[in-house]
Each structure stands twice: as C-alpha cells, then as structure tokens.
Design a protein around this ligand. Structure first.
Ligand code: DQA
Length: 142
C-alpha cells in the first residue's frame, strides 16, 4: 500500500527556511524518516513537493486513481487560501491527513483558517518533522 506525501509551496526550502519555526530537517531528511517508518508499517511512501496549487489538485486526483492507501498533505500557505484544495479533498474517497510542522493556530491570525482541515480525516501539527511520522502512524488507524 502506497501513501502519497504531498507538500506545497516553499517546502522545497525546508531546513533553510525560517529554521526557528520549521526546524533544520530538509524535506529529504523527512522522506528518509518516513521511508524507515513506512517499511516497519508495511507501507510505501511516494513523497512529492510542488510550488503550484493546481499540481496538488492533480496529485490528489491521481492518489485516488492509483488506489493510494491515504494522502499526507502539507498544503503550506494554500492551507489558508485554497477552496480548490478543499474541494479536491472532498472529491476523492482516499483519506487525507493534513500535516503541518508548526501550529498555525498559534501564529498570525491569517493562518488560523484551514480550508483543507474542513475536509481532512485528521490534522497533525506543531510537532516539527515528527508531525509527518505521527500522521503516518495515524494512517494505520484510518
Ligand atoms: C506550514 C504552515 C503554513 O501556515 C505555512 O504557510 C507553511 C508551512 C507548516 O508546515 O507549518 O508554509 O504548512
């Protein structure tokens, strides 16, 4: 069973980008951690990143078409703006877990709204890179 791990804008700069907020692990580091944990759980990981909103929509559709077990989705700033992503999460039957490194609820007011969160099966946030691992563990419980 494959779990899609979809990452939105600016997360390609993880490790360099505001490390006091997001930590020093890169997306490749997180992919390596997830692969180890996935192996233990008998799952496979398909980790991707894009800076383009519509690409995330296409990948969500693909996750369903390919029969993915679940999607871990860090929509980054599109979390707070994208009705297209909310609709895409609602449009597929594949369960989507929303993931954030930081806890947007404790940051600027414009980060308090999550459109994706309105449709996500679960949200894991505020644990740094570990948010992804906790979210992967949650896939087993879905
Ligand atoms: C983020 C939180 C978002 O508010 C922000 O725009 C990001 C990253 C996180 O993982 O903490 O780019 O999704």
């Amino acid at each position: 069973d494959t779990v899609y791990v979809l990452n939105g804008p600016n997360l390609n700069l993880l490790g360099l980008r505001e490390p006091e907020i997001y930590g020093s692990d890169t997306l490749d580091d997180i992919a390596a951690m997830l692969e180890d944990r996935a192996r233990e759980l008998g799952l496979a990981i398909d980790m991707r990143q894009t800076n383009h909103e519509g690409m995330l929509v296409d990948w969500l559709h693909e996750a369903q078409a390919e029969g993915a077990r679940a999607v871990l989705l860090n929509p980054a700033a599109y979390t707070h703006t994208s009705i297209a992503l909310l609709d895409a999460v609602r449009a597929i039957r594949t369960p989507v877990i929303e993931v954030h490194l930081s806890d947007p609820a404790t940051r600027e007011p414009f980060r308090h709204q999550s459109y994706v969160g309105m449709a996500a099966a679960r949200t894991v946030k505020g644990l740094g890179a570990r948010s992804y691992l906790v979210a992967l563990d949650a896939v087993a419980e879905l």
